[in-house]
Ligand binder design. Structure first.
Ligand SMILES: [Zn+2]
Length: 284
């Protein structure tokens, strides 16, 4: 458990910018510092002392005495102790809390890069100072950081779970049925539809488990458990390479611990011996 909770704060003038810790991005890669004492997010003092100039920082909030900002760098060649990492690769390098903050920062930096102009009238947009939003000075159209909900669902029957595999994944990697929520669709209806589309079976007893922000670039993964009802497994070949029932004691390779997919499977296995085991809370 982190010493202080992360308190979001979008108001830049309430952040001590000169002393803030930075979630800096070069393109979509996170900048870290690697020193003898470990890997960390750089402080603004270290960043500016190195001559780096973050453009238009975005306030993120604070953890106790530490303020956080997000910003992007114009193309530059970094020198030690700075280096860039893919955000997925940063999992395990930073604390769970700072990894979550970096994910929030990545979503906001992506939003900032992709909302420079009004989509209605093409006028350059302006940041709103009191919240994470932008407005068009010409037509007042507002743009907020995008969050795209997607369901992810573990389908079970006695002693087995239904897992799927996409062709682009590493060999022997399997995961859960997942897909984006469509306009006008409930989360539960999305779960039923994605299961039917991807693996051709019907499910019921759909139960919400938990959620996870997934900043690649702006998904919110919403996890469910669903009981198999009827149907043979028939895969959607445009999406999947394989899907099958796996006995609980003979599971294939699974997603890394970073993902809610893995948390759901790990919890389901542990729950077999402890039916009252609650789903673990979101670390972010
Ligand atoms: Zn406009």
């Amino acid at each position: 458990m982190a010493e202080y909770p992360f308190m979001r704060n979008a108001i830049l003038k309430q952040i001590d910018l000169g002393a803030a810790r930075c979630c800096l991005f070069l393109d979509d890669r996170l900048i870290i510092t690697r020193t003898a004492s470990g890997i960390c997010l750089p402080d603004m003092q270290v960043v500016t002392a190195a001559g780096l100039q973050p453009a238009c920082p975005i306030a993120l909030g604070s953890c106790g005495p530490i303020d956080y900002v997000a910003a992007s760098l114009a193309p530059v060649v970094l020198e030690a102790p700075f280096e860039t990492v893919d955000l997925r690769s940063a999992y395990g390098l930073l604390s769970e809390q700072e990894y979550g903050i970096a994910g929030c920062a990545a979503q906001l930096a992506f939003w900032d890069r992709t909302t420079r102009f009004c989509p209605v009238c093409a006028t350059p947009t302006e940041r709103v100072t009191k919240e994470w939003s932008k407005r068009c000075p010409q037509c007042d159209f507002r743009q907020y950081p995008r969050v795209s909900p997607a369901i992810i669902v573990l389908i079970y029957r006695p002693g087995a779970v239904l897992l799927t595999r996409q062709p682009s994944w590493p060999p022997n990697r399997y995961s859960l049925v997942a897909g984006f929520v469509e306009a006008g669709e409930s989360l539960e209806a999305c779960a039923r539809r994605e299961v039917a589309e991807e693996v051709g079976v019907r499910v019921d007893q759909i139960r919400y488990l938990g959620s996870q922000p997934w900043p690649f670039p702006h998904q919110l993964m919403v996890g469910f458990l669903a009981q198999y009802h009827t149907g043979d497994v028939v895969i959607q070949e445009s999406e999947l390479e394989h899907a099958a029932w796996f006995d609980l004691d003979a599971l294939p390779g699974l997603s890394p611990p970073l993902s809610i997919s893995r948390r759901i499977i790990d919890w389901y296995l542990a729950m077999q011996d402890n039916p009252d085991l609650p789903f673990p809370p979101d670390p972010y």
